[in-house]
Design a protein around this ligand. Sequence first.
Ligand code: OAA
Ligand code: MG
Length: 208
Amino acid sequence: MSDIISQFKKIPTTCISDAMQGLNNLHPAIKPLKEQYTISGRALTVKMPVGDNTAVLQAIRDAKHGDILVIDAKGDTYRAIAGDFVVGMAQTLGIGGIVVDGVIRDIAGIKELNFPVFSRGTTVSASAKAGAGEINVPISCGGTAINPGDIIVGDVDGVVVIPQALEQDILESALDKMEKDQQRSDEISGNRKAAIEYLDKILSKAKK
Ligand SMILES: O=C([O-])CC(=O)C(=O)O
Ligand SMILES: [Mg+2]
């Protein structure tokens, strides 16, 4: 895992989101299949028509080790973009995780694989393999623009996208935010006097 990818992996998505003024998070309905799943890697983007997962298979075939498949399935919740067989192949070929603005199926089998999938949930019906779709093009996923190579970080709170051109600056601000959050908790949590002082300070500033 490259250095910047492993550094982002240690930062909660909430701090990364704060470093981007809350602008680049996917729709919060896109959640990990298991709470403990985390992902951090570069986006291999997939644009597919509703109900045709050919481009997902192409992306799995072409992915580099550690890539995160980010799939624009238009928010469709009727046709699964993959089940345990397709997800198993993604795992076998070294993909780092799957994020989809859509749904999956065979979730008992996918949970057994222990492979991180973030989706809108599950369904029963599969997609056709009709040959449409594109990979490695700019997409919109969960209401957010994503370009191939952007950094994707996901955890129990959701998924954030770090645009490639800004990644070093965002890393620094997110690390700073994480440290400040920790300091604030250490000083204030469980301390009644410090909590009242903190609230009074924020409230008086907000009401000016
Ligand atoms: O084959 C598909 O597209 C979906 C499926 O059931 C699997 O991957 O197990
Ligand atoms: Mg299946």
